[in-house]
Design a protein around this ligand. Structure first.
Ligand code: SF4
Ligand code: SF4
Length: 64
């Protein structure tokens, strides 16, 4: 398990891909069916860039 958990409020996610665009660790893949894809949660370094960038405030990063 990595140090951080990526929590998405799926009902809010529009699949805009901003989280994928800003993540320095490539934790996300391109959105599928209008929702982002958490691909490498273990690589999260807790920078909070995705949380800040999400226009829907759909992301919360928590420490494990
Ligand atoms: S930035 Fe937010 S709304 Fe956009 S794809 Fe990521 S989680 Fe979804
Ligand atoms: S907190 Fe930083 S490293 Fe973790 S998923 Fe978001 S952008 Fe990527």
């Amino acid at each position: 398990m990595g140090d951080y958990k990526i929590i998405i409020k799926w009902e809010l996610c529009t699949g805009c891909g901003e989280c994928n665009a800003v993540c320095p660790s490539e934790c996300y893949d391109d959105p599928v069916d209008g929702k982002t894809v958490i691909a490498r949660e273990d690589d999260c370094v807790g920078c909070m860039a995705c949380e800040s960038a999400c226009p829907e405030e759909a992301i919360k990063i928590e420490e494990n």
